[in-house]
Ligand binder design. Sequence first.
Ligand SMILES: [Zn+2]
Length: 280
Amino acid sequence: MKKKIEKGQEFIHTYSHLFQCPICQARMQARQTSLCCSNGHQFDLSKKGTLYFLKHQAKSEYQKKMFEHRRMMIKSGMYQPLLAFLAAYCEDERILDVGCGEGSFLQEIAEAVNLQASVGFDIAKEAIYLATEDTHDIFWCVADLTNLPFANQTFSTILNIFSPSNYAEFRRVLQKEGQVIKVVPQSGYLKELRKAFYPDDVTKQNYSNEQVVKKFERSFSSVVYKRLTYSFAVPEDRRWSLLEMSPLEWGVSSAQKESISQETLEKITVDLDILIGKNE
Ligand SMILES: [Zn+2]
C-alpha cells in the first residue's frame, strides 16, 4: 500500500493546477513533496500527505476526541438519509468539502458514487490528520475559509455541511454553473439533546436558520430546497459519542452527560434543510 505522503505527492503533481498561492495568489507548481508559487512561497507535504496553508497556527476549540465521536456517529448511520440524498447530486463532480472535519461525509459520498479528484479542508489540523485514514483519492489540507488556496473556477461542487461559509470565495473557486450544497440544521435538529442539556433555557432549545437561508438565496441562483426530517434510533453503545460530537456539549458537566446518556437518548431527531444553489 502507498504511504500517505506518496499519495499526497501524486495528487499535487497531477493536480497542481487546482491550487493557487494563498499569500500572493500566483499559480502553483509541484516540486517533489512541495507546492511552490513563482514568488517563492513554499508549502510542504506533511508525513500524512496533507498541506498546511495557514499563515499562523490556528487555535481551534475543536478537539481530536470530538471528531472521533463525530466519525463514529456518521459511520453508525445517523446521517444515511442525508448522504443518500447528497450522493445523487455528486456523481462525477469535482468536490470541495468546506470545513470537512474528519472527512467522513466526503468519504461516505466517495464510497457511494464516482467523484473526480476532490479536496476536503478544515481549519483544525487534528481533524485533517484523522481524514487521511481515508483510502479514496481525496486530498486533505488545512486552510482558511476566507482565503482559499484554490484557483478560480476549479470545483464543480462545494459541500458546506454544518460548516461556516464565505460566499465570495465559494463563487471564485466554483466553475460557472457549479453548485453549492449547503446543509443547515432545522428547528428540530437534535432537539432531545438540546432539551436535555438546557432543560430550563427555552431559547437554547430552539433554533432558527432563517437568516442563513436568506443569505444563501441572495448569493446563489436557482435555489432548490429540501427539508429532511427523521428519527434515528441511537445504538446503545453510541450514546456517549452522540453527546461528545456536538459543540452543544460545551459547558455541560460530565455528570450531567452521564445521566443523559443513560436515560434520554434512545432516539434522536435529525431535522435539516438542504439548500442547493448555482453559481452564475
Ligand atoms: Zn506566493
